[in-house]
Design a protein around this ligand. Structure first.
Ligand SMILES: [Zn+2]
Length: 376
């Protein structure tokens, strides 16, 4: 059996719902150690992290991924049990097949083949895996990166294995992500009997025009790399359940996915300006879960797109669409960060799949990218 496929099956058969790792990282560490890598388990709290490196010199090129998966959901909805790793008609079924145990298996094979072919390679190659990418992501990639920075292990290039392909394998590369800023808003009113509205202050009525103003505000037009910034409400609640009580407060949650053109402080000021303009008494707390990042044309982007083109004949499109990724933790260190992986149409769904043929193709693309960057 093709080694990337064999490893992908092995990993899928180890259930590892966040923050469990299911022994995946120990298994991978054994393979990399046998290939001459220095490997190090770096657990923080309940989260397992693995750091592996071959070579001591700069530049350092790493692959970044996760061994955790989202829960399978209702088991009876799956055509094959989610942790059975069943192959049918050229497709490998299982939770994590595409997001992202297939990519992780391809990383490991590409790294082993690379050091076998080029034992005296320039710079260093590494692998960083966490078991908390799908969860709160507090004790995973971000903690390891800070530990590495403290001992001056500087990362020049980072390729993330998130499934980026949309319609055809190789059609899309992610070269950045939008930022994510969440607001938790309470509008204060005065509770009372609904028959005496003049003695109350109804937060629902007060908030309605502000909600409309916030939702329809144009923050920016986006640019050639980023779509326009958007504000969306995710939750809104007011009321006691009784139909004769004006509630004392309204609680709303909203989120902004934003481009670098409109930084978080500008968005925060803009939201508060609208709230004040509507004469609202409010409490507002913010959570910035990711800054936007962008990797422009450079060594990594050239190497990756050339390798994809050589493998598939496609010129991949560069995109910043979708949710944020652990790449957001790496980019602030000045690292070139790109994401490339298999088709993402089935991720987080029942019957998650990856094409068996794409695992070998992915391995070849990762290996060729390493060679283009580190072998002259
Ligand atoms: Zn993922």
């Amino acid at each position: 059996m093709e080694p990337t496929l064999a490893l992908a099956i092995e990993l899928i058969r180890r259930p590892s719902v966040t923050p469990d790792d299911g022994g995946c990282q120990t298994h991978i560490a054994q393979i990399l150690t046998a290939s001459g890598f220095h490997t190090e388990s770096m657990p923080f709290g309940p989260v397992q992290n693995l750091w592996a490196r071959h070579g001591k010199a700069e530049p350092l090129f790493i692959f970044l991924g996760h061994t955790d998966v989202v829960p399978p959901g209702p088991l009876e909805a799956w055509s094959h049990p989610p942790f059975s790793a069943t192959i049918q008609e050229g497709l490998l079924y299982g939770r994590g097949a595409a997001d992202m145990k297939g990519s992780v298996a391809a990383f490991v094979q590409a790294l082993c083949q690379f050091v076998a072919r080029h034992p005296q390679h320039r710079g260093s190659v590494g692998l960083l895996l966490t078991s908390d990418e799908e969860g709160v992501a507090r004790d995973g990639t971000v903690r390891v990166l800070h530990a590495l920075a403290e001992r001056a292990e500087r990362i020049s290039y980072c390729l993330v294995g998130e499934p980026s392909s949309l319609e055809t394998f190789g059609d899309t590369v992610k070269h950045g992500r939008r930022g994510s800023l969440s607001g938790d808003l309470v509008i204060h009113g005065v509770q009372g009997h609904i028959a005496y509205p003049e003695r109350c202050d109804n937060p629902i009525t007060r908030f309605a025009p502000a909600l409309q103003a916030l939702s329809s505000r144009v923050w920016d037009e986006g640019d050639c790399d980023f779509p326009p910034t958007r504000l969306q409400f995710s939750n809104i609640h007011a009321g006691t359940g009784a139909d004769n009580v004006i509630p004392g407060s309204l609680h709303a949650l909203f989120n902004l996915r934003f481009a670098p053109t409109t930084p978080a402080p500008v968005l925060q000021a803009g939201v508060e300006e609208i709230l004040r303009a509507h004469n609202l008494r409010y409490t507002l707390s913010w959570r910035l879960s990711g800054q936007p990042f962008l990797t422009r044309d450079g060594t990594l982007r050239h190497a990756l797109t050339s390798s994809i083109e050589a493998e598939t004949g496609l010129k991949p499109r560069a995109s910043t669409a979708g949710g944020t990724s652990d790449g957001r933790f790496v980019a602030p260190f000045g690292t070139e960060v790109l994401e490339f992986g298999p088709l993402n149409g089935s991720i987080h769904k029942v019957d998650e799949v990856v094409a068996v043929a794409d695992l070998a193709r992915l391995t070849r693309v990762y290996l060729a990218t390493l060679e283009r960057v580190l072998v002259r």
